[in-house]
Design a protein around this ligand. Structure first.
Ligand SMILES: [Zn+2]
Ligand SMILES: [Zn+2]
Length: 558
């Protein structure tokens, strides 16, 4: 009799960067690998986050055995606070991952007050976990920009699949173990049916430089700075933050962290011993701010130019406690994610305008290295694992396509490489791979009120939007002179009776009052203004009616 097939369904993260999620099923067992979020595009202003639609998992909830986490980045764990409540009928839900990945997940779930829905299962590399009746799962350490990153092997009676997670082969990682090449090679020797590989850096042919090359640059830049140093990176780039703190302390600086997400991740990393600050060097910002400038290192959020993050606010003179002044050195130890180039460039302009010495990758290339494998390393992974089938994931279509060309060169027959699509199951037997008919999938829009992402959240499925109540808020402003040029004008869909129209009129007055006051004060960035327009209207409508219509701010700057 033919053996049952292994079925894998990408629910996000293929043909897009972000909201990584896939299911792996075999006979009566189904597990999810990763549960990420994605940030909305510029044009989707009413929305805070995008998460995968898990209708398929809910339909199969009796077979669901838990969630396997590759590592603690937003695009891999960010949707857990919204996903777990949807699965609560079988709670507590086992979540397997490295202690650091689980600590990040727990911090999110605590904040959303849904930790009780999770059963945290910290894993050890090299141990085989029997999950359900038919799955043997093993985690293999890989290097990335956060410690505790893992590739995941799922073995069944019909063969093994390996999911690389986000990885590179950094030969000299400053923190954490190297990618366990020996174990991967062994898995190749034992036989691996399919490799699901990270592809996002396939466009670079060579290997990604070691994180250690950044150390030398940070040492030179921080060592050479005369005034304050302010460094920004991703809040979750623990390797970078650890290096900055260590090198800052070596140069006699005291270190403070500004920005909630970064404070949180540094606290988690210190608790688990990944960051070990030199005694007396890691202090609260109010203490550090009083020191002579040459003794100050501030680590902060906003490496993507996010309007509400600390760096953009410092750069536009809008931060409550820190102003950038002449003589400050600002280090952007990150590169803009595609789509953010413009806002990052604006932030850099503003920093120069305020007299800062700005250090960023266009003028100082080794101030940042990627956490992802370049082409040569992606090829090396194939050579180690020697899979029968290859499935490129974690990338836009071009990344998946280019990976396929590379895999062909690496000797994988073209028919054995499948470019995946969201919602299309891929199934394997020992000697064939095929796509199966589509299941439910898609994007769910997370619409939160105010800065607290987890309180008063509405999840909006796209197919429900046609019937949803919507308010469009149109405003034309001159930010430079701080004046309202036209509007605000609110138009509602689904607010037809007299009372509703009056409500819309009153919300419009509320927004007008707010804008007039705030614009006069000055210092508002465009992105911040857009967010506030949405919030002021949403909050007003909610207070009066307890309704949460979708608010679409349309703000034009003249
Ligand atoms: Zn990552
Ligand atoms: Zn990722």
């Amino acid at each position: 009799m033919a053996r049952p097939r292994i079925r894998v369904i990408p629910l996000g993260g293929v043909g897009e960067v972000g909201k990584n999620m896939m299911t792996v099923e075999y006979r009566t067992d189904l597990v999810m690998i990763d549960s990420g979020t994605k940030f909305p595009e510029e044009e989707m202003r009413g929305i805070d986050l995008i998460i995968p639609d898990i209708t398929y998992v809910i339909e199969n909830i009796r077979r669901f055995r838990g969630i396997l986490i590759t590592h603690g980045h937003e695009d891999h764990i960010g949707s857990l606070p919204y996903i777990l409540p949807q699965l609560k009928e079988i709670a507590p839900i086992p979540i397997y991952g490295s202690p650091l990945a689980l600590a990040f997940a727990r911090a999110k779930l605590d904040e959303a007050r849904v930790s009780h829905l999770a059963d945290f299962m910290p894993i050890q590399a090299g141990v085989v976990y029997h999950i359900g009746s038919h799955l043997d799962v093993e985690f293999v350490p890989v290097t990335h920009s956060i410690p505790g990153s893992m590739a995941i092997s799922v073995s069944t009676a019909s063969g093994r699949i390996i999911h690389t997670g986000d990885f590179k082969f950094d030969p000299t990682p400053p923190l954490g173990p190297r990618t366990d090449e020996d174990r991967l090679r062994q898995m190749g020797d034992e036989g691996t049916l399919a490799l699901f590989s990270d592809t996002v850096r396939i466009e670079r042919e060579t290997a990604t430089p070691s994180e250690a090359t950044v150390s030398a640059t940070l040492d030179r830049v921080i060592g050479g700075a005369k005034g304050r140093v302010i460094l920004t990176s991703f809040a979750s780039n623990i390797l970078r933050l650890e290096q900055a703190m260590r090198i800052g302390a070596q140069h006699g600086r005291k270190i403070a962290v500004v920005g909630r997400s970064m404070e949180q991740s540094v606290t988690v990393a210190i608790d688990l011993g990944y960051i070990q600050p030199v005694a007396g060097t890691y202090l609260p910002i109010d203490q550090v701010a009083k020191l002579p400038k040459e003794q100050i290192l501030i680590l902060t959020t906003g490496s993507q130019g996010e309007a509400s993050a600390a760096l953009a606010r410092m750069a536009s003179g809008d931060h409550p406690s820190i102003r950038i002044t002449e003589g400050d050195t600002v280090i952007l130890s990150a590169t803009p994610v595609p789509g953010n180039e413009e806002t990052v460039a604006q932030t850099i302009d503003n920093l120069f305008r305020r007299g800062a010495n700005v250090c960023y990758s266009a003028i100082e290339p080794s101030i940042h290295v990627s956490g992802h494998a370049g082409g040569a390393e992606l090829r090396h992974m194939i050579d180690l694992v020697r899979p029968t089938f290859c499935v490129p994931i974690h990338g836009e279509y071009r990344h998946l396509y280019l990976y396929k060309q590379m895999a062909i060169k690496a000797g994988i027959p073209e028919a054995n490489i499948v470019i995946p699509e969201s919602g299309i199951p891929i199934s394997f037997s020992r000697n064939d791979i095929r796509k199966e008919p589509e299941v439910a999938y898609g994007s769910v829009l997370v619409d939160a009120l105010g800065n607290d992402r987890y309180r008063n959240v509405v999840l909006r499925r796209r197919d429900e939007l046609a019937n949803a109540q919507v308010i469009i808020a149109t405003v034309v402003v001159d930010l430079e002179r701080g004046v309202l040029i036209a509007g605000p004008e609110l138009t509602g869909k689904g607010f037809d009776d007299e009372d509703s129209q009056k409500l819309i009129y009153l919300a419009e007055q509320e927004l007008r009052g707010y804008l007039e006051r705030q614009l006069r004060k000055g210092g508002m960035s465009y992105g911040y203004l857009v967010g506030r327009v949405k919030d002021v209207v949403a909050r007003y409508i909610f207070q009066k009616t307890k309704l949460r219509p979708m608010i679409l701010p349309v703000v034009t700057e003249l």
